[in-house]
Write a protein that binds this ligand. Structure first.
Ligand code: DX5
Ligand code: ZN
Length: 223
């Protein structure tokens, strides 16, 4: 299994985004997590298509686009054109997940399904094989800098079990409140794609990303 850090630019300095992306790339990160919020599915508004398209010209990182928006189907093609490599939609916002994931794959991209903390894993029962990744929110989506919800340990474990019992290789991404102090805990529970916003971009992104990568490398050796 691959262990990946996906630094979230939500906590980065928006005046110098290209430089911030470069810092984590220099540290060895391959993914960049882009949190799109519409002020409807979640309370806050973050950024959208033009920003991603601009950053695409400046960065060759894998763009891991997390759509916290209502009716994501309307925008899949536009996000693909803007430069997304992975598009993750929320199960709570996409009632026709089968069609949505097929549309993302049809655009030549990887497809993820995100679940809010309170959403049961059972919504994945029939769709899991179609998802390249499941993103488990470990805070209520909408803001960076919140505290990890403890009960998510059990949810991550249950999803890892569900994935392995079915002989799948689905990535499990965790998002919200992850820092160096609880990283090993979510890895032990079964997560392998780690989003970190404030923990990386709060101060010294390159150094923080390196510190995350060191633990991820250790985990990969031990696994
Ligand atoms: C929250 C976003 C997260 C956010 C995480 O709704 O989906 O990706 O950037 O930020 P931290 O790591 O600060 O909790
Ligand atoms: Zn996110």
């Amino acid at each position: 299994m691959e262990y990946i850090i996906s630094p979230s630019i939500l906590a980065a300095d928006f005046g110098h985004l290209a430089r911030e992306a470069e810092a984590v790339e220099k540290a060895g990160a391959r993914y960049l997590h882009l949190d799109v919020m519409d002020g409807h599915f979640v309370p806050s508004i973050s950024f959208g298509l033009p920003l991603i398209a601009s950053l695409r010209k400046q960065s060759s990182l894998i763009f891991d686009v997390h759509l916290m928006i209502s009716d994501p189907d309307r925008y899949l093609e536009a996000f693909a054109r803007a430069g997304a490599d992975v598009i993750t939609v929320h199960a709570e916002a996409a009632p026709h997940l089968d069609r949505t994931l097929a549309a993302i794959h049809g655009l030549g991209l990887k497809a993820g399904v995100a679940l809010n903390p309170a959403t049961p894993l059972s919504v994945l029962d029939w769709i899991l094989p179609q998802a390249d990744m499941v993103l488990l929110m470990t805070v209520n989506p909408g803001f960076g800098g919140q505290q990890y919800l403890d009960y998510c340990d059990e949810k991550i474990k249950a999803l890892r079990e569900m994935v392995s019992v079915r002989g799948l290789h689905t990535d499990i991404e965790v998002d919200g409140g992850i820092h160096l102090g609880n990283l090993e805990r979510v890895l032990a529970a079964g997560a392998n794609v780690i989003v970190a916003g404030s923990a990386v971009f709060g101060a010294d992104p390159e150094g923080q990303a390196r510190a995350f990568m060191k633990i991820l490398r250790k985990q990969a050796e031990e696994a």
